[in-house]
Design a protein around this ligand. Structure first.
Ligand SMILES: [Zn+2]
Length: 240
């Protein structure tokens, strides 16, 4: 059985490089104001930086973050659906397109935005890919740097796959809303991965039912360590 690890930002390492980064994706689905469960909500971590929505006539409707009634959310979601692979979850707040924003200073091989969005310098990504790491794809960003000769930062597109095991969720947690799909889950103190759900063909992915969790294989951990790419911490998660 493979071993799997939860990734997090190595804040000591990224702070040492001193880069500053702030931005958001160019397009997004709105949040939803659900008439069935009464919640107004949006998800985080369902990012598709590879997807270009500029060809949609209504692309301006994807620019401003806001909640919408469920029917309007569905209309916009269906406009975006042809741009992602079949079966891709598209919850409220799913984002598309390049990261737009500002950056300054020096960056290490790996950096993060908000602790959940992974960025790499092209050289670091190429070295991982050359070592056979499967999964990460680099997407161009539209970050504006203040300095001359700025570094290039790629955002890593990670598909949402695999699931947390039900055993690590509170036993009384309510089922998802039948209308909007909201699953009111807190970050579990002791995450457990659902073995049957984990992709076998990737070394790095996001969890499908907890997209702010980035998961890597033992091979990823070994390779990052061997190449001395700083910026990530790893914590092994149990599998059931
Ligand atoms: Zn709902």
């Amino acid at each position: 059985m493979s071993r799997y690890f939860l990734l997090d930002e190595d804040k000591a390492a990224t702070a040492r490089h001193g880069g500053e980064l702030d931005g958001m994706h160019k397009w997004r689905l709105p949040g939803v104001r659900c008439h069935a469960c009464g919640a107004t909500w949006s998800s985080v971590g369902h990012d598709h930086p590879e997807v270009d929505l500029s060809g949609i006539t209504e692309h301006a409707e994807f620019e401003r973050p806001r909640p919408e009634p469920f029917t309007e959310f569905v209309r916009l979601r269906e406009l975006a659906r042809p741009f992602v692979p079949p079966g891709t979850p598209l919850p409220p707040g799913t984002t598309f397109g390049p990261l737009v924003g500002r950056a300054s200073g020096r960056f290490g091989p790996i950096d993060w935005l908000g602790g959940i969005r992974l960025l790499m310098q092209p050289d670091a990504l190429e070295r991982l890919q050359a070592e056979g790491i499967r999964g990460p794809r680099g997407c161009r960003t539209e970050l504006r740097f203040r300095q001359k000769n700025p570094p290039e930062l790629l955002e890593i597109q990670l598909n949402p796959l695999g699931r947390l095991h039900l055993d690590c969720m509170p036993p009384d947690h309510p089922p998802p809303c039948a209308t909007c799909g909201r699953l009111n889950l807190r970050w579990p103190e002791a995450p457990i991965l659902d073995a049957a759900s984990l992709p076998t063909e990737l070394d790095l992915f996001r969890l499908g039912n907890f997209a702010t969790m980035l998961i890597g294989t033992e091979r990823l951990v070994d390779t990052v360590s061997r190449l001395q790419l700083d910026g990530i911490t790893f914590r092994e998660l149990p599998i059931r």
